[in-house]
Design a protein around this ligand. Structure first.
Ligand code: NAP
Ligand code: HSE
Length: 428
C-alpha cells in the first residue's frame, strides 16, 4: 500500500501541459479514485527559460533527476519523437518504473522490445494516447475485445489529413489550398510531412494491428502513401460515382497472413466512416462476436490526449495503491506473415489524360485485359479541344496490385497516354 504515487513528467508541451493541469485541477477526484494522491515530483523540459504555469522548482533539464529518483513510481513520457524518448523509456522500465507514453513513433518502432523489457522488470508500459488521442482504442483491444477474432480495422486516424480532405470535398479546392488553410488554423504543422505523407497514420496502424491480431507488426510491414497527389477533380469524380475520399488506415487478417496499409481510399459515401469530417478520427473494427463497431472522437489535442494518458496513470496508480501486480500483457507472437502491398487485391480508380483520337480507349483496355484487370465503368467527358486531349476515369473490378502497377507502367509507355494522373484504391 502506498500513501502517495509520485510521477515524473517528461515533456511539458501541448500534451504535457494538459496532463499537468488536470493533475492539479482534478487532484481531489484522482486521489479519491486511486486511494492515494497523485503527485508530480519532477518535470523534464528542454528550454528552462520558457514561461510556464507550473511550480518552477519542479522543472529540470536533466532526465536523470527523474530516472535516478527511487521515489518516482510512474514516468509519463510526452516528449515525442524517437530520440531521446526511446532511451528514457527504456531506462525507466529497466529501473523498475512504470511508464505511460503518448509516443506512437517509439511504440510503433520499439513496442515489442519495450513491452518485453517491461514484463521482465515486472512493470507496465501503457500507451493509450499513442493512437486515437482521446478515443479509447488500446484499452478496448487489450481488454474488452479479447474474445473476438478481429478480421479488419478501417480507420481515419489522422486529423490533419481528414481536415484537408474534408475541405477538398466540400469546397472543391486543391490540396495545396486546403493544406494552407489547415496550417493557418493551426491544424497542420509548419512541416506537415509526417501527417500528409501518411507516416503518422502508419505508426498508429502498426500499434492497433499488433493488438488486434496479437502479433508483432513491424513498421516496415506497413505500406503508406500520402494525400498530396489528390486533386479537386478526383473528389468530383468520386462524388459522381457515389464515393468519398479518405486517408484510410486498413488492417486485414486472412488465415495466417495480415495486410497493413495507409493510403487515400474511395469509400462508399453512405458508410459511417465517410461521414467523419474535419479533424475527427474514427476507427471501425470487425470482430467475429461483436460484428462491426465504430469508435469516434477527437484524435488529438491537449485535453482528449491527457484523458487517455491520465486513464493509464490512474489505472496503474490504483493497482499500486492496492498492492496488486501490473496489468497483464497481451500475448503476441511472431508467426503471422505480413502480406506485401503487391499481393493485395482491391478495386481501383484510375484517372488519366490521353490523346483524343480514335482507338486510344481500345489500346488502354487491351493493356488492362491482358493483365486480367476487368473494367467496371469508364467516364470520359473532360475534353481539351485545343490540346486534343481527353480525361478518362476507369473504375476496375477487384484486381491484384502487382497487375495494376504493371498496367500503369505499360499504359505510361503508350504514345497516346499523356499522363496517368492518379490511381486510388477503392474499399467497398
Ligand atoms: P510538444 O508540444 O512539442 O512538446 C514536447 C515537450 O517535450 C516540450 O515540453 C519540450 O520541451 C520537451 N522536449 C522535447 N525534446 C526534449 C528533450 N530532448 N529533452 C527534454 N525535453 C524535451 O509535443 P506534444 O504535441 O505535446 O506531443 C507530445 C507527445 O504526445 C508526442 O509523442 C505526440 O505524438 C503525442 N501526441 C500528441 C497529440 C497532440 O495533440 N499534440 C495527440 C496525441 C499524441 P520545451 O517545452 O522546453 O520545448
Ligand atoms: N498529427 C496528428 C493528427 C495528431 O493530425 O491526427 C497527433 O497524433
Amino acid at each position: 500500500m502506498k500513501d502517495k504515487i509520485e510521477i515524473g513528467l517528461m515533456g511539458l508541451g501541448v500534451v504535457g501541459v494538459g496532463v499537468e493541469n488536470a493533475l492539479r485541477e482534478k487532484a481531489a477526484d484522482f486521489a479519491k479514485q486511486v486511494g492515494a494522491p497523485l503527485v508530480v515530483k519532477r518535470i523534464l523540459v528542454r528550454d528552462p527559460s520558457k514561461k510556464r504555469a507550473c511550480q518552477p522548482h519542479l522543472l529540470t533539464t536533466n532526465p536523470q533527476h527523474i530516472l535516478d529518483d527511487p521515489g518516482i513510481d510512474i514516468v509519463v513520457e510526452v516528449i515525442g519523437g524517437e530520440s531521446p524518448a526511446y532511451d528514457y523509456i527504456k531506462e525507466a522500465v529497466s529501473r523498475g518504473k512504470h511508464v505511460v507514453t503518448a509516443n506512437k513513433e517509439v511504440i510503433a518502432k520499439h513496442g515489442f522490445e519495450l513491452l518485453s523489457l517491461a514484463a521482465e522488470h515486472n512493470v507496465a508500459l501503457l500507451y493509450e494516447a499513442s493512437a486515437g488521442g482521446g478515443i479509447p482504442l488500446i484499452s478496448p483491444l487489450r481488454h474488452d475485445l479479447l474474445a473476438n477474432k478481429i478480421s479488419a480495422i478501417h480507420a481515419i486516424i489522422n486529423g490533419t489529413t481528414n481536415y484537408i480532405l474534408t475541405k477538398m470535398a466540400l469546397e472543391d479546392i486543391d490540396f495545396t489550398a486546403a493544406l494552407r488553410e489547415a496550417q493557418e488554423l493551426g491544424y497542420a504543422e509548419a512541416d506537415p510531412a509526417s501527417d500528409v505523407e501518411g507516416i503518422d497514420a502508419a505508426y498508429k496502424l502498426a500499434i492497433l494491428a499488433a493488438l488486434a491480431f496479437h502479433t508483432q507488426v513491424l513498421l516496415e510491414d506497413v505500406y503508406y502513401e500520402g494525400i498530396s497527389r489528390l486533386a479537386a477533380r478526383d473528389f468530383r469524380y468520386a462524388k459522381e460515382l457515389g464515393y468519398t475520399v479518405k486517408l484510410l488506415a486498413i488492417a486485414k487478417r486472412e488465415d495466417n497472413t495480415f495486410q497493413v496499409r495507409v493510403h487515400p481510399t474511395f469509400i462508399p459515401e453512405d458508410l459511417l466512416l465517410a461521414k467523419v469530417n474535419g479533424v475527427f478520427n474514427a476507427v471501425q473494427i470487425d470482430g467475429d462476436l461483436t460484428g462491426r463497431i465504430l469508435f469516434y472522437g477527437q484524435g488529438a489535442g491537449a485535453l482528449p490526449t491527457s484523458s487517455a494518458i491520465l486513464a493509464d496513470v490512474i489505472r496503474l496508480a490504483q493497482n499500486m495503491s492496492q498492492g496488486s501486480s501490473p496489468m497483464p500483457r497481451v500475448q503476441m507472437d511472431q508467426t503471422m506473415i505480413a502480406k506485401p502491398i503487391s499481393e493485395i487485391e482491391t478495386r481501383y480508380y484510375l484517372r488519366m489524360t490521353v490523346a483524343d483520337r480514335p482507338g486510344v480507349l481500345a489500346q488502354i483496355t487491351r493493356v488492362l485485359g491482358e493483365l486480367l484487370i476487368s473494367i467496371s465503368s469508364v467516364i470520359q467527358k473532360e475534353v481539351d479541344e485545343r490540346a486534343q486531349s481527353a480525361e478518362i476515369v476507369i473504375m476496375t473490378h477487384p484486381a491484384r496490385e502487382r497487375a495494376m502497377q504493371q498496367a500503369v507502367s505499360e499504359m505510361n509507355k503508350l504514345e497516346a497516354v499523356r499522363e496517368i494522373s492518379n490511381l486510388v484504391r477503392v474499399e467497398d
